[in-house]
Ligand binder design. Structure first.
Ligand code: NDP
Ligand code: PYC
Length: 339
């Protein structure tokens, strides 16, 4: 009998396999490498709602003609501290990487710069987008909106996406402090995973098609909706994400794009926003030490762990033993690569 994790792949081998799948499905060589690296890193870190679980959705969206895997983003220098990118209907990550050198140059010049990406598809976790900035000594915040599946607090109709916010900061003597969280009570990916596994959700995550509270993930996916986390407070964060990611960038709101003509489309067609700061401009030479200090205080006060800690433990184990995959999932990936 096969065990849940009887295959272990190196990060490089998983990237190569995923790259082949992207390339087979109309993604350019450059973009395939970026997306494969991103997806393999999610799997390696145990961000399973956005790891290899997403590959079938990527393929389905690409084959529906909804997303352009070959898109070449256009980077626009629009102000001393403002970079804009038209992703041209492609994925966000290649657009962000295309703009990165100019963005960093502006952050170094001005102490702060923003990046506004529009006409982009984001189908992954956000931490891979912000963590590298903190690795280079910068503080970074990013938000992305998705597809309307979250009812506003007290409302009846889904307006917001699951709209995550990710933040990264250098921290002395340790990996950067990074959090990455949906503004819904649960990510849509985790609802899909629970539905497949036949597990109920905890109370307070969603409503069914009649607006009644439900713990059944299938009822949420079948005409129901998710709730914002923390009631009216999560609601305001979801709304802020719509404003920054769509209104400000020129992308679509989560409820605005029409993918009905593309059967199989799954990738939200929206926008993404970044603020990147050089903490040295704060005039505090011990910024990273101060961050480490406040993180230590939180742990000493009794919080069991910090955000990102689980990922780093999972990453270290995967780097030592390989990334664990079930035989079933490995076979599915090979089938997609050889289809
Ligand atoms: P989680 O609720 O699992 O985690 C949110 C954050 O809290 C993470 O930084 C996590 O760190 C941290 N955390 C979790 N448990 C604890 C704990 N006990 N103590 C301290 N920190 C903790 O994430 P979500 O379900 O909200 O989101 C999952 C993913 O889905 C995210 O990566 C997000 O970007 C992605 N997403 C993407 C969307 C898109 O449109 N592209 C839309 C919505 C979500 P750790 O990682 O170490 O567990
Ligand atoms: O998990 O909520 C989610 C999600 C939406 C788009 C990509 N991931």
């Amino acid at each position: 009998m096969t065990k849940a994790t009887d295959i272990h792949l190196s990060h490089a081998d998983l990237v190569a396999l995923l790259q082949k799948i992207f390339a087979k499905n109309g993604v350019s060589e450059n973009n395939a490498k970026i997306l494969a690296e991103n997806c393999a890193s999610c799997e390696r870190d145990g961000s399973l709602s956005h790891g290899i679980f997403r590959m079938a959705g990527y393929v389905s969206s690409l084959n529906s003609g909804w997303v352009d895997g070959k898109a070449v983003p256009e980077v626009e220098d629009v102000g001393p501290a403002f970079v804009r990118v038209d992703a041209k209907g492609g994925f966000t990550q290649p657009a962000m990487l295309a703009a990165r050198p100019l963005l960093i140059e502006k952050v170094k010049q001005n102490g702060v710069a923003v990046l506004a990406i529009r006409r982009s598809h984001h189908f992954s976790a956000l931490w891979p987008d912000v963590e590298p900035f903190a690795d280079e000594g910068f503080v970074a915040l990013s938000v992305v909106n998705s597809m309307a599946c979250v009812v506003p607090h007290g409302g009846k109709k889904a307006v917001f996406g699951t709209n995550p916010v990710a933040f990264a900061s250098p921290r002395a003597g340790a990996a950067p402090f990074v959090f990455d969280q949906a503004s819904s009570a649960i990510a849509h990916g985790d609802v899909q995973i629970a539905a497949r596994a036949g597990h109920d959700l905890k109370p307070g995550m969603g409503v069914d098609r009649d607006g009644q509270p439900t713990n059944d993930p299938k009822a949420i996916l079948d005409g129901g909706a998710l709730l914002p986390f923390g009631g009216h407070k999560g609601n305001s964060i979801a709304l802020m994400v719509e404003i920054l990611s769509a209104a400000l960038t020129g992308g679509y709101f989560s409820g605005e794009f029409d993918w009905s003509g593309h059967k199989g489309a799954q990738t939200p067609f929206t926008g993404q926003f970044f603020i990147v700061i050089d903490p040295a401009r704060g005039g505090n030479d011990v910024f990273a030490e101060r961050v480490a200090g406040i993180c230590d205080l939180v742990l000493e006060a009794g919080q069991e762990r910090l955000p990102g800690d689980r990922r780093h433990v999972t990453r270290a184990k995967a780097e030592k033993d390989g990334i664990p995959l079930s035989t079933e999932n490995y076979e599915k990936l090979k089938a997609l690569a050889n289809a």
